[in-house]
Structures are given as structure tokens and as C-alpha cells.
Ligand binder design. Structure first.
Ligand SMILES: [Zn+2]
Length: 295
């Protein structure tokens, strides 16, 4: 028991370290290539890649950060969300991404154990986090992420089917056919949602990036995952939009991208939340009974 607690903590620390790298990816991948949708993203007059420059820098004073400025979670708290050189605010999201990645890494360990399946699932979650934050800043899900990831999903199907022992367990697809159905189902269903939204709201609510992300989910986890991601993502999006409208921030809801909701739903699927929701909505549960008595 004690070993599990220590290991979970270790996975959390490892995850938060990866999280600080994910922040860098979400910042550098789209920088200079797309137009940000809000003013929080400062455009820089220099070319960036994930590995160059190797050290992180402050976007305002552009000075390279010292090693102790970049310790996950701790540095942000010690520097109280400010740059160690100038007084620029370091957005809370850096801390949030590190914390969330750490928690999800620990959860992956608890769900899959120390396995290849867990490792690849965590890799998928990392991609999801990068996608969500790029979408929040630019309202774009870059092809440079979705195309290779879709191919990886199809490759998993092939490897799982033809390897002497299955390579990756559930929730990953077990055959190329399953992967292929998911690939068709995900984007297909989402295009139906796009059409419905267009009919009701008279404008486009989804981008092509969302459709491509669904292709990644479908190819990697199969048809059921694609269905659940759209279903749960739409519910999440609607709830937040309604809350935002009630809070009289309608403009907020109108430009908020859909990608982050899809991402949350896809990650929820990895942790079997669809089984829990299916269980809660089974005909015999108190919730279903309560809903039935209300209509
Ligand atoms: Zn600075």
C-alpha cells in the first residue's frame, strides 16, 4: 500500500515536470504561424521551435530563466506568479498545466499501472493538453499535431491486431478495422453536429480542427470513444455556455472554442467515465427514475 502511495507521488512529480514542457509546446508550436484570438499572447519577432532556444525565457524581458525559476509548481508559488528578472506576471495557467498534468499522470498510473498502455495513454493526454491550450489562444488545432496522431492511432490498430501478443490494452483499438470505423464515425458524427448547429444558430460553431481532433480520437480508441467525446463534449460546452450567459458574459461564450471540451471528454473516456455515466443513466438508477418522474 505504502509503495503505491510513493509511486503515485513519483508519477505526479514526473507529470508536473512534463507539464512544464507542455506549456512550452503550447506556447511555441503556434507562435508566429497563426493569429492569436486574444491579447494575452504577445507576438515575438523571433523564430521559435520546441527545442530552440533550449532554455525557457520570459516573453516580456526575453531573459533566459534561471534553473530555479523553472521548477514545476514550486517556482510559480515562490515567485508568486512573477518573472524572476522583471516584474511581468506569469499567468496562472502555467501552474495549472503543471498541476493538471501531474494529477493526470498519477491517475494514469492508478488506472493502468506501470504499463506500456499507461505510458501511451499519458502521451495521448499530453497531446490533448497542448491541443486544448493552443485552441484557447488561437482557436486552431494545428495539423502538425492531428495528422501524425491520426496515423499513430491507425498504426496502433495494425500493431495490436498482428503482433503475437496485443501491444496496448483497452481503451486502445484492437484492430485496424476498429480504428478505421472510429476514423469514419468521429468526423462523420461531428459534421452532423456542425450541420445541426449551423441550422439552429445560423453560423459555424465548429472548426475543421475539431473534426480532425475527432479523427485522432476515433482512430486511436474506436467508434464508442468518438461517440462519447462528441456527446459529453457537447454537454460540457452547453453547460458552460449557459452558465456564461447567465453571468451576462455572452460575448465570452460566443468566441470560446469547442476543442477544449472535446479534449476533456476524450480524456474522460480514457478513464472510463462513459461507463460511469452509462451506469448512472441505466433504467434502474435513482437519477433515471427522478428524470422520468419530472416529464
Ligand atoms: Zn521577465
Amino acid at each position: 500500500m505504502q509503495t503505491i502511495v510513493y509511486l503515485t507521488l513519483l508519477y505526479f512529480l514526473f507529470g508536473s515536470l512534463i507539464g512544464s514542457f507542455l506549456s512550452v509546446c503550447a506556447y511555441r508550436i503556434p507562435m508566429g504561424k497563426y493569429e492569436p484570438i486574444h491579447e494575452g499572447v504577445k507576438e515575438l519577432n523571433r523564430t521559435l521551435s520546441i527545442i530552440s532556444p533550449a532554455r525557457s525565457f520570459c516573453p516580456r524581458c526575453e531573459k533566459t530563466l534561471a534553473w530555479w525559476h523553472t521548477i514545476p509548481l514550486v517556482s510559480w508559488l515562490i515567485l508568486r506568479g512573477r518573472c524572476g528578472h522583471c516584474d511581468a506576471t506569469i499567468p496562472f495557467r502555467y501552474f495549472f498545466i503543471e498541476l493538471m498534468t501531474g494529477l493526470l499522470c498519477a491517475l494514469t498510473f492508478l488506472r493502468f499501472g506501470p504499463s506500456i498502455t499507461g505510458l501511451v495513454a499519458f502521451g495521448f493526454i499530453c497531446l490533448c493538453i497542448i491541443i486544448a491550450f493552443i485552441d484557447l489562444d488561437y482557436m486552431i488545432i494545428p495539423d502538425v499535431i492531428t495528422y501524425p496522431a491520426t496515423c499513430a492511432g491507425l498504426a496502433i490498430g495494425v500493431i495490436n491486431r498482428y503482433a503475437p501478443v496485443p501491444f496496448l490494452r483497452h481503451p486502445f483499438v484492437s484492430s485496424p478495422l476498429e480504428s478505421f470505423y472510429g476514423l469514419l464515425m468521429g468526423p462523420g458524427l461531428l459534421l452532423a453536429v456542425w450541420w445541426l448547429y449551423f441550422k439552429i444558430r445560423k453560423r459555424e460553431g465548429l472548426g475543421l480542427g475539431d473534426v480532425k481532433f475527432l479523427a485522432v480520437v476515433g482512430a486511436t480508441f474506436g467508434m464508442e470513444s468518438a461517440w462519447f467525446t462528441i456527446f459529453f463534449g457537447s454537454i460540457l460546452g452547453s453547460v458552460i455556455a449557459i452558465v456564461a450567459l447567465i453571468a451576462r458574459r455572452g460575448s465570452f461564450a460566443s468566441y470560446f472554442p469547442f476543442g477544449p471540451y472535446l479534449v476533456v471528454a476524450a480524456v474522460a473516456y480514457i478513464f472510463d467515465l462513459h461507463l460511469l455515466i452509462g451506469h448512472l443513466l441505466a433504467p434502474t438508477t435513482p437519477i433515471t427514475w427522478w428524470i422520468a418522474t419530472q416529464v
